[in-house]
Design a protein around this ligand. Structure first.
Ligand code: RIB
Length: 306
């Protein structure tokens, strides 16, 4: 039985509208199918892991607005343990998602409660210290991630950091505590200052991060798949599985969480990559971030049919 996964991160009300294309400056466009769907990188990753059968705790902050109740309910229905999800006065996190034809999106995030952490409490630190792994992203203040990663490090717990959430440098003190770092190719380029247009460039940029102390680099390449660069030995390349993309929102979260689950289960590196790409392939076929996280049986059926 793998140890528990603790996810520290954000919860957002994703406010969707579907459009043909982005409006030009000063232009008004008609949208359709406006809807609130649960999301936020922390919530998405926790829900994905729980749906894949992993015992998962989320440490997060909701507001006291009308979004808080449905967001908490969605996490509970996914099987996420909610004891460490607290309420802070004011608005919950929100993400305004412009979903375009072909599944591409443009997103504006209002941090709300995700930005109002007053520290990482003893209950969260204790849960992390006893976990099998800690999973982080970058939609909460950096000092929250630093405190969580320090608690994991003190307990010998591996830390997986998804680079998604904010376009800003990462504190070297945090990077030094990370076991698996997972950027997409754009984030990798920004963080290293190196081009990431092809596999050779991606590998060179990942090696640059490793030279700075990161053990394993797991690069999400979107429609091109993923590249796993372990600290020693050959990199592993997994092509994406061709599926019809309805909504790519949350696919990266799904991928990173599925990789973390497979890692906790002790799956071999190649199997982890296949599992994570399969989960992401299922995720992009549904609307919404958290609602589109696939269940274990669906991922296993997908992999078995490959
Ligand atoms: O990674 C996808 C998430 O990013 C969405 O659910 C949205 O909340 C934004 O934070």
């Amino acid at each position: 039985m793998p140890g528990a996964l603790v996810v520290v991160g954000s919860v957002n009300a994703d406010l969707y509208v579907e459009i043909e294309r982005l409006p030009a400056r000063g232009e008004t466009l008609a949208g359709a199918n406006a809807a609130m769907r649960p999301g936020g990188k922390g919530a998405n990753q926790a829900a994905a892991a729980a749906r894949l059968g992993q015992e998962t705790w989320l440490a997060a902050q909701l507001g006291t607005d009308a979004f808080a109740t449905p967001l908490r309910a969605a996490l509970g229905e996914a099987g996420v343990k909610l004891d460490l999800v607290t309420a802070v006065e004011g608005e919950s996190g929100q993400a305004f998602i412009l979903l375009q034809r072909g599944g591409e999106n443009s997103i504006i995030v209002v941090g709300g409660a995700n930005g109002r952490w007053g520290g990482v409490g003893a209950a969260v630190r204790d849960r992390i210290a006893g976990a099998g792994a800690l999973l982080l992203q970058r939609e909460v203040p950096e000092e929250v991630n630093l405190a969580a990663a320090a608690a994991a490090h003190a307990g010998g717990v591996p830390v997986v950091l998804d680079a998604g959430g904010v376009d800003a440098p990462i504190a070297p003190a945090l990077m030094r505590l990370v076991t698996v770092f997972s950027p997409n190719e754009t984030e990798l380029a920004r963080l290293t200052g190196l081009p990431t247009s092809d596999d050779a460039q991606v590998l060179a940029a990942a090696r640059r991060l490793q030279a700075g102390g990161v053990a394993t680099v797991l690069v999400k390449l979107g429609a091109r798949g993923a590249l796993l660069v372990p600290p020693a030995g050959e990199p592993l390349r997994q092509r994406a599985f061709p599926v019809e993309v309805v909504d790519s929102t949350g696919a990266g979260d799904c991928f990173t969480a599925a990789y973390a689950v497979a890692m906790l289960e002790g799956q071999a590196s190649a199997a982890r990559l296949t599992f994570a790409c399969a989960a992401a392939a299922l995720c992009v076929q549904q609307r919404g971030a958290l609602p589109s996280m696939p269940r274990r049986d669906a991922v296993e059926r997908f992999v078995a049919a490959l």
